[in-house]
Structures are given as C-alpha cells and as structure tokens.
Design a protein. Structure first.
Length: 248
C-alpha cells in the first residue's frame, strides 16, 4: 500500500496532515516528515516493532540505531543522563537547530532502538511543522528519508519515491530548507568530540564553549583510542571513520 500524501500550504491542510501523521505514529506506522536539514522517516521511539520497521524500510540492521528527534529542551533530560555541563551550553545555544548530540541514555527507558551501547543521539529540529508533530507524538526515532546508498531526500517527491511503499503518511512541507546534515557531537565524555561535520561549523561551537575553556575534539579515533560511543547510522562520506550516523 502506498503512502497517503498530505500538503501543508494552508492552516487547514497543515492540521489535517498533522492529525494523519500522529494517528499513523500511534498505530505503529512510519511517516515521512520535513525537517530543517533533510526529509526524515519517523516512528514512535517507544514502539520496538515500529522502530524495527523503520530500520527494515531503510535496509538497516540493529547495529545502526536511529537518532531521536524531540520537540522541547526538557525532553532531553527525560532521555539522557550523566550530562556534562557543556552539553547544556550546546543545546541552549544551538537548539532548535542542526546539532545532534550523543548522550548516555536513561537506563529506565522502555524502548529498543537497536544496539545503542547505552547511548542515544538526540536533536531538536528548527522546523515548526516537525516540532508540531513531535508535540503530538512525543519523541520520534527518525532517520533520513532514503534507501541505503541513495542521497537523503530533499523534498517529498524524493522521499515518496524511495519510501512510499513502506510508509503510511508523507507530510509534504515543501523543499528542505537546509539541505545539509546536522553536525554531530559526542557528549558522553569530559570534552565534546566531533563525530560528523555538518551544518554548524566547529569554529562556531568552539565560540559557544569558550567560557568553559573547552574546544571540540576533532581528532579522528586512532587504533589506541576508544571507539565512538553508540553505533548510529551514517551516510555522509565526510564522517570520521568508525562513525555510523544517519539523521534528519
């Protein structure tokens, strides 16, 4: 069955699209949604079967768990623990926006995103329509809307072409406004570490951290260094070796 596509040009259309997408999420179905970077395909983060369907639609395995999109800053505290002081600086400065942070996840969370090794990648998108959907659904496991080996979708047409047979709803929010993947920071250590260069330059992040006397560690992991926390999907060729992240 092909996905049902909903335009969002008017307030009435937007409300209809949000209702349809939120209902689909509650039923454990997949939805395509616009974000401020690229289009994403999402599922209820707390529905293991829905997350498994998301990975299958992408052609991914459990070794590449999806990131989680949230609609508010406060949701991060419910999902993450052992958060360093610099993490608060980063999310206050760059959320909503194109910054994904990898954190230690709360051990009490009743979800199964895959083989996360106790971490979770979280982002709050700077896209009103996406956040309105998140307000209705709660956290969504969201990966870029593409098949493995294909570029991330930048509009609803591309997303529907690749994922229309495996999703229930396509929310058409027009062309993606950013088109560049988010910057990904590993925030599980005493110093933030760059896992993928993206829309927010490292120099800008360093400026935000200046008062703490910190800079982002941009060194690629060597043979004698620990591997990146939390295997998460990756599509972009500029990602550091060993990083597996693919977000929307």
């Amino acid at each position: 069955m092909s996905a049902e596509r909903f335009p969002t040009e008017t307030d009435e259309e937007r409300e209809t699209a949000l209702d349809a997408a939120s209902r689909a999420v509650r039923r454990g179905r997949l939805v395509v949604l616009p974000t401020d970077t690229v289009y994403g395909v999402g599922a209820d983060a707390f529905d293991p079967d829905a997350v498994a369907r998301l990975l299958a639609a992408k052609g991914r395995g459990r070794e590449m768990p999806p990131p989680v999109l949230v609609g508010t800053l406060g949701t991060l505290e419910a999902l993450a623990t052992r958060m360093p002081a610099y993490l608060d600086v980063l999310v206050q400065r760059f959320w909503p926006g194109a910054l994904t942070v990898i954190c230690h996840q709360q051990p009490s969370l009743q979800w199964d995103l895959g083989d996360t090794r106790g971490t979770v990648a979280v982002r709050m998108p700077d896209h009103e329509l996406a956040r309105q959907l998140l307000d209705r659904t709660g956290p969504l496991a969201v990966s870029s809307a593409n098949l493995t080996g294909e570029p991330a979708a930048l509009d609803a047409d591309e997303a529907e072409r690749m994922l229309g047979e495996t999703t229930a709803v396509v929310v058409d929010g027009g062309p993606a406004t950013g088109g560049v993947a988010s910057t990904i920071i590993d925030a599980t250590g005493e110093r933030p570490r760059l896992l993928r260069a993206g829309a927010i330059p490292v120099e800008v992040i360093d400026e935000a951290l200046a008062d703490l006397g910190l800079t982002v560690d941009t060194a690629a992991p060597g043979d004698d260094e620990p591997e990146a926390s939390g295997p998460i999907e990756v599509e972009e060729p500029e990602a550091p070796p060993g990083t597996e992240i693919d977000d929307a």
